[in-house]
Design a protein around this ligand. Structure first.
Ligand code: SF4
Length: 326
């Protein structure tokens, strides 16, 4: 239901005093993926890989430099702002910090009534009942509607942010580090809540997180990003248990496996992710890759479809191949 095609975003950096162009940040460099109804795509990668920018581009909080976003087959990247506002209720976001989404001076009941009013979700006579329903859905008592955001714990505030996102009855939600600021025990409560809501309402999620165990817990499919590109994409278990791309291997080797005694050999990633203003030639990962070939410094690897259906951008693999040159 969400389809992203060749999505790109460049930020032009200008000198603050003279306004002269200093360079271009290639934050997102031609991304393709699909998320079906009731499905979660986990997006992983180091900070600076472009994960959050993708979420913002889909929601049109940023304008893409190129590429398209489709919702149920309709191109929503080029429709006018007025038309997009009508569709806005279908696409929601949950950020890391719920304070960003909640007006701290308003009681919860008013916070949750706002989207109902703006998007005309229910009859005004039913606002109170609908707010109570939303609170119940996220596991909060209806009496909490009378409280201000600061009267809640971090986990409860995130529940309110989720209720607010659900108020417009969306089809698709971007969860951008949605549980990163919470304690581990609260994290699992919120993740389970999101998964229950997904099952009940057929929601689709783009789940952005730097935490691989969170991604593994919630995702059906995973896309691994490096310097604005997807380098590997596939079903969650195959990506975590048998990663193919050297970057994915390094990332996953640091992630605990939920099977006692089993652990991938730890691969230490040397160096820092390069600047998105100076993306290396050839494979962007070649400076840090322990398996690099001669051609990796000069030729950018194409996205190859492996036998199992997963895709990987690495010269070690050929079309239909699964093993690669080990
Ligand atoms: Fe490493 Fe080459 Fe594959 Fe890039 S293309 S990940 S440098 S082996």
């Amino acid at each position: 239901m969400i389809e992203v095609k060749n999505l790109r975003k460049q930020f032009v950096i200008k000198d603050k005093v003279f306004g002269i162009e200093k360079g271009v940040v290639n934050a997102v460099n031609g991304i393709d993926f699909e998320i079906s109804k009731g499905e979660t795509l986990g997006l992983v990668g180091e900070s600076g890989s472009g994960k959050s920018t993708i979420g913002r581009l889909i929601l049109r909080l940023l304008e893409p430099t190129d590429g398209k976003v489709f919702l149920d087959g309709r191109d929503i990247s080029t429709i006018g702002n007025r038309e997009f506002r009508k569709l806005r209720k279908e696409l929601q976001v949950i950020f890391q910090n719920p304070y960003a989404a909640l007006d701290t001076k308003m009681i919860v009941q008013d916070i949750l009534t706002q989207p109902l009013q703006i998007h005309k979700i229910v009859n005004p006579l039913d606002y109170k009942k609908e707010v109570e329903r939303l609170l119940e859905m996220v596991g909060l008592p209806k009496e909490d509607g009378k409280k201000l955001p600061h009267e809640f714990s971090g986990g409860q505030r995130q529940r309110i942010a989720i209720a607010k996102a659900l108020a417009t009855r969306p089809k698709f939600i971007v969860c951008d580090e949605a549980v990163s600021a919470l304690d581990v025990s609260v994290q699992s409560q919120i993740l389970n809540l999101l998964m229950d809501l997904q099952e009940e309402f057929g929601l689709s999620y783009l789940f952005i997180s730097h935490d691989l165990s969170v991604i593994r817990h919630v995702s059906h499919k995973v896309a691994v990003m490096y310097l604005g590109k997807i380098v590997e994409k596939g079903m969650v278990d195959e990506i975590f248990e048998n990663p193919k791309h050297p970057y994915t291997k390094a990332l996953m080797s640091a992630s605990p496996i939920p099977e006692p005694g089993k652990q991938l050999n730890r691969i230490k990633l040397e160096g820092e992710i390069p600047s998105a203003m100076e993306i290396p030639k050839g494979c962007a990962f070649h400076d840090r890759c322990i398996q690099k070939l001669e051609k990796c410094c000069a030729i950018e690897p194409p996205m190859i479809k492996l036998e199992s259906g997963r895709v990987v951008a690495c010269h070690l693999y050929m079309k239909g191949d699964e093993q690669g040159e080990k």
